[in-house]
Structures are given as C-alpha cells and as structure tokens.
Design a protein around this ligand. Structure first.
Ligand code: L34
Length: 294
C-alpha cells in the first residue's frame, strides 16, 4: 500500500507556480490576484479560505478577502460580484460555499464572469469541461486528476466508481475520468444515494472516488484487493482528542481499507491540499489569459 501524499504534491506544485510568478514579475507583469467572498462564520469555510490566502502568499499572488455577515442580502452579494467582474486588477475570484439558505447559490454562481470563474462552477466552464474544451476546471476534481497523474496510477481502461453526484465533485470528476486523456480513459460508474447495491459496484472498481460526505462510508468489504481509493470527504466530527474539539473524517474507513489498497489518500493531507493548489493554478492561468484571452 502506498499513501498518496497530497500535502507533499501540493507543496511541489506551489513551488512550480511561485517560480512561474517570479518569471512573470521579472518580465514586468503584475502578480496574479485572487479575491474571495466569504459569508458568515462557518468553521470549515473560515479554515479553507484562510488556507487559500496562505497558499496565495506561498505562490507570490496578491489576495483579497471580502467578508459579509450571514445576514447579507442576495442583492448585496450580486453587487460585490459585479464590482469584482469589472475590477481589472482582479484576475479571478470565488464565492466560498455553502451560502446561507436565503441566497440562491446558482444565481450567485452564474453572476460570476466565467472568465474570472477560477472555481470552474459557472455553466459555461462546466459545459466546456463536459465536451473537452479548455476551461477552468473545478478545483477538487482537478486536484484528484493531478494526484492520479503524478503517482502514475493507471486509469486507462480502469473501472472507476464515483460515489456522489454533486456539481462540484462527483459530476465533474466523472467527466474527467471518462475523457480521452491521460489520466482519463476510464470506464466510469456514478453511484449515489438512490443506487442499489453500491457495495457490488465498488467491489468491481479499480479506482474508487468517494465524495458523498458520509464519514466512514467505504468499508473494507467494499474494496477490491489492489484498488486505488481517493477520499474526498472532510466531515467535521466532534472529538475530545483535539484542542479544536473536532476531527476531520473522510468518507473511507481508512484504518481497515488502507491495507487492501495499492494507493489511498489520507484525510487530512490528501485531496484537501490539492483542492487549494488547483485554485492557485486556475488563478495563474487566469492572470496569464491562458484559457480565455484578456
Ligand atoms: N466556492 N466553495 C467554493 N470553492 C471551493 O473549492 C470549495 N471547497 C469545498 C467547500 N466549498 C467551496 C473547498 O475549498 C471544499 N473545499 C476544501 C478546501 C480545502 C480543504 C478542504 C476542503 C483542506 O484544506 N483540507 C485539509 C484540512 C483542512 C482542515 O484542517 O480543516 C486537508 O488536509 O484535507
């Protein structure tokens, strides 16, 4: 069993990005600038946005966080988005999800100029992804593909089971895994809450990508000997062992599943850090006008 070290790969990619940024700056171009809108005080969102700001520093990017209380109105958010769309200094920006219930998330996502949509959530980017055109790839799926690629994990012809059909992970990662590309070229099955006999699909899988948000869902009896398991779950569960009072739990029963695997990602330190680094990559591409010309 080999542990897929997302943190280590993320550090390598950040160094590659930082080197690229210094080259741009030496040529007289401005530093890439990422902005993030953060609404409310959800613990996960606070942590993830703080990690994004830190990653910007490590990559030599400028970053701006725009904060709102969870009483913010949809109109106020739309106004903030319009300003960021029009701000030439901002290369890309994100609105950290989830948003409070009174705000229509889809409306917010569609208000972002797709050329600055470094989250890759806008329907134009999602549509382009699904037909294999250049686009901003959403961060978690891109991070997963990067890990599979850097570890030379064979995906061509592999049976890949994706657990979960969310717009930000399940659907896009299924698209990427089935694309004519390396990594890619897999035979993909997407399972979800209404799938019957999930365990049977999983047992036939060479690669399982678990993105349901159900801690410990994937158990040892569901995993074939020699499979690769990618754990996207990061649920916060109460814990007396940590000073924060919670622990991150993945969707995989790591302790019992790991011994059967060829490769497996840990939580934390697997997919999470790669999500952040993929956002950095998209921001660099946005600043360079590499996907959509400036
Ligand atoms: N708009 N909303 C928008 N874009 C995103 O790409 C996200 N996502 C998801 C939630 N909402 C979003 C993230 O940023 C999930 N996510 C995310 C980002 C980073 C990490 C986990 C999820 C991460 O850094 N995980 C670390 C541990 C973090 C901790 O200590 O709590 C890890 O090692 O897994």
């Amino acid at each position: 069993m080999e542990l897929i070290d997302g943190k280590k790969i993320a550090d390598v990619v950040k160094q590659e990005i930082a080197a690229e940024v210094e080259k741009m700056v030496a040529e007289g171009r401005k530093r890439p600038h990422l902005a993030a809108i953060l609404v409310g005080h959800d613990g996960g969102s606070e942590t993830y946005v703080a990690h994004k700001v830190k990653a910007c520093d490590q990559c030599g990017f400028k970053s701006t966080v725009i904060r709102y209380e969870d009483t913010v109105t949809e109109a106020e958010l739309l106004d903030a988005i319009a300003k960021l769309n029009a701000d030439d200094d901002v290369d890309g920006f994100i609105v950290q999800l989830p948003l409070p219930k009174h705000i229509d998330e889809q409306k917010i996502i569609e208000a972002v100029d797709y050329r600055k949509d470094v989250d890759g959530f806008h329907p134009i980017n999602v549509g382009r992804l699904s037909i294999g055109l250049p686009c901003f790839l959403s961060a978690t799926p891109q991070g997963i593909m990067e890990l599979l690629g850097r570890y030379n994990i064979k995906t061509k012809g592999a049976n890949c089971v994706v657990l979960g059909r969310s717009n930000i992970v399940g659907k896009p990662v299924a698209s990427l895994m089935m694309q004519k590309a390396q990594p890619g070229d897999a035979t993909v099955t997407v399972c979800h809450s209404r799938t019957e006999n999930i365990a049977e699909y999983c047992r036939k899988a060479d690669i399982i990508i678990a993105a349901l948000g159900v801690p410990g869902f994937v158990t040892a009896d569901m995993v074939k000997e020699g499979a690769t398991v990618i754990d996207v779950g990061t649920t916060r569960v109460p814990s007396t062992e940590t000073k924060s009072g919670f622990k991150l739990k993945g969707d995989v029963d790591f302790e019992n599943v790991a011994p059967k695997c060829a490769y497996i990602t840990p939580v934390p330190g697997g997919v999470g850090p790669m999500t952040i680094v993929s956002l950095m990559k998209n921001t660099l591409l946005a600043a360079q006008g590499a996907i959509y010309k400036k």
